[in-house]
Ligand binder design. Structure first.
Ligand code: SF4
Length: 196
């Protein structure tokens, strides 16, 4: 008899279940006990998935500062305990050895990235933003009066060389701060990825 991979897994599962039943083992009870043992000593923290704008609720189980387990929050009306694969694999994102831990810089023409400090990154971003703002700032603009057709010069104070774009990873508080910064700098270009 030829058995494909899926059939083999199914047969293996059935055999184990049959063996367990034959030995008088209660698989459901064993699973529940394993679950309880895994979460023992953890602090449960309700949270929201940051991957997309769905806003699914999650329960995070933390022990000694480390994420031990996560699952969908059954009390969240958006996802009612379910999670899509992106959120279900979130622990791998947090602890992946490939995750950059500090800012990186690639010089013009270079083909390699180098690690830089947070101070250096912040200083560089601030200097570049100032440079662009100074170069592209528009104080006034000539407009035509819709009623009279007369031209007039009005004050606009726009930083036309700077744009802000939000993403689904940006939460409410960050959105508030980005909006404040955009208005403060004078940029009229303030958009969200979902509208593009
Ligand atoms: S669990 Fe999936 S669908 Fe829900 S917010 Fe996260 S990424 Fe979006």
């Amino acid at each position: 008899m030829m058995v494909d991979r899926r059939g083999f897994l199914k047969l293996s599962g059935l055999s184990i279940a049959a063996l367990a039943t034959g030995l008088g083992l209660d698989l459901e009870a064993a699973e529940a006990q394993g679950y309880a043992l895994k979460l023992s000593g953890c602090t449960k923290i309700p949270s929201i998935c940051h991957f997309c704008s769905g806003g699914c609720g999650m329960l995070l189980y933390i022990k000694e500062g480390k994420l031990i387990h996560l699952e969908g929050d059954p009390d969240n009306p958006t996802n009612e305990g379910t999670l899509c694969p992106k959120a279900a694999s979130l622990a791998s994102v947090a602890y992946s050895p490939d995750r950059p831990q500090q800012p990186m810089y690639r010089a013009p023409g270079a083909d390699e990235w180098q690690n830089i400090s947070w101070d250096e990154a912040m200083e560089r971003i601030a200097r570049k933003a100032k440079e662009v703002r100074d170069k592209t700032f528009k104080l006034t603009e000539e407009v035509i009066d819709a009623k009279t057709g007369a031209k007039e010069t009005v004050t606009v104070n726009r930083a036309e060389g700077i744009a802000f774009i939000g993403s689904a990873e940006v939460d409410n508080e960050e959105s508030y701060l980005i909006t404040k910064l955009s208005r403060l700098i004078g940029s009229p270009y303030h958009e969200h990825q979902a509208r593009i």
